[in-house]
Design a protein around this ligand. Structure first.
Ligand SMILES: Nc1ncnc2c1ncn2[C@@H]1O[C@H](COP(=O)(O)OP(=O)(O)OP(=O)(O)O)[C@@H](O)[C@H]1O
Length: 282
């Protein structure tokens, strides 16, 4: 249950301490700390390229070169035990275009619940997932003939099949019209409230922030803020989360500039104070 202030409880569904990820020759996540509380919707927001997908890939265990501590549902990220407990939907819907919606789900259900004995379980899970994402009227359409939004809902249905404890959704509402976006967010809230599922949902659209219980605001591989939307607005004296975000960006830039200036000043002072003969030492 969410407490009155929406504060995160002491234990998290995801706990990161000093989480660093290197991609290529660059640290894309730079020693970040954050906690995602269980049973709530946490929004991961930040501009394109700030590291949201990288963070999600680390959480689901598909990212290489991860250091620091990252615990997911009480296990180290990537642990084999977590595979069936996490649903992950990437930005590119992974569905088979030449199968219908129903056949796609039947296929994934057969992988999740194999064997004749589990036939009924498969049938119930498939019907429920199709209803969850509101695709009953398209159940027998080929996935390749669906709109982008409908295809991403098929991916979401696949992720819901195993009733995961944690759902990690990478920009699930991108390109959707406002009505579909609203419907999807209502679905996320139903999933969290009815099933106690933890959701980590990324977006680069700040107005989606208001729909989350808690937010992780990211920028350039760092966490700028970890808060509820209300507290974030209040603390930054801002009318919207977007304004609060911009305020935090400006403050971070000012701090970085100050630190840069101080480093240059101390370097210059060091040079001035250094005896001349030191300059020639190897
Ligand atoms: N395979 C890769 N090798 C090296 N660097 C990469 C690779 N993939 C991504 N990056 C870099 O990592 C950084 C973070 O990328 P990431 O995809 O996590 O960002 P994002 O916040 O999810 O962006 P978007 O909202 O556009 O999806 C980017 O600066 C990107 O250039």
């Amino acid at each position: 249950m969410m407490n009155k202030t929406g504060d995160a409880p002491a234990t998290g569904a995801i706990v990161a301490r000093g989480l660093t990820v290197v991609r290529g020759d660059r640290a894309v996540l730079r020693g970040i700390d954050f906690t995602v509380p269980p049973g709530r919707i946490t929004g991961l927001l930040g501009p394109s390229g700030c590291g949201k997908t990288t963070l999600m890939r680390a959480v689901v265990g598909t990212q290489a070169k991860v250091t620091g501590t990252l615990d997911v549902l009480g296990r180290p990220a990537g642990d084999a035990d977590l595979r069936s407990r996490i649903g992950y939907v990437t930005q590119d819907p992974s569905v088979y275009d030449d199968l219908t919606v129903h056949q796609n789900l039947d296929y994934f259900a057969a992988v999740l619940f194999p064997g004749r004995a589990r036939r009924e379980e498969r049938r119930t899970a498939v019907e429920r997932a199709i209803t969850d994402v509101d695709l009953a009227s398209h159940a027998h359409d080929l996935a390749g003939r669906l709109s982008g939004g409908q295809r991403s809902r098929v991916s979401l249905a696949v992720a819901l099949l195993g009733t995961p404890e944690l759902l990690v959704l990478d920009e699930p509402t991108v390109g959707l019209d406002p009505v579909l976006r609203r419907d999807l967010w209502n679905l996320f809230h139903r999933i969290a409230a009815d099933r106690g599922t933890t959701l980590l949902v990324s977006s680069h659209v700040m107005d989606e922030a208001e729909r989350c219980h808690r937010l992780l605001l990211m920028r350039e591989g760092e966490i700028l803020a970890e808060d509820t939307p209300e507290d974030l607005r209040r603390r930054n004296d801002a009318a919207t989360v977007e304004q609060a975000f911009l305020h935090l960006v400006d403050a971070a830039d000012a701090r970085a500039e100050e630190a840069d200036g101080a480093a240059r000043a101390s370097e210059a002072a060091g040079h001035a104070a250094r005896p001349v003969h030191e300059e020639h030492q190897p």
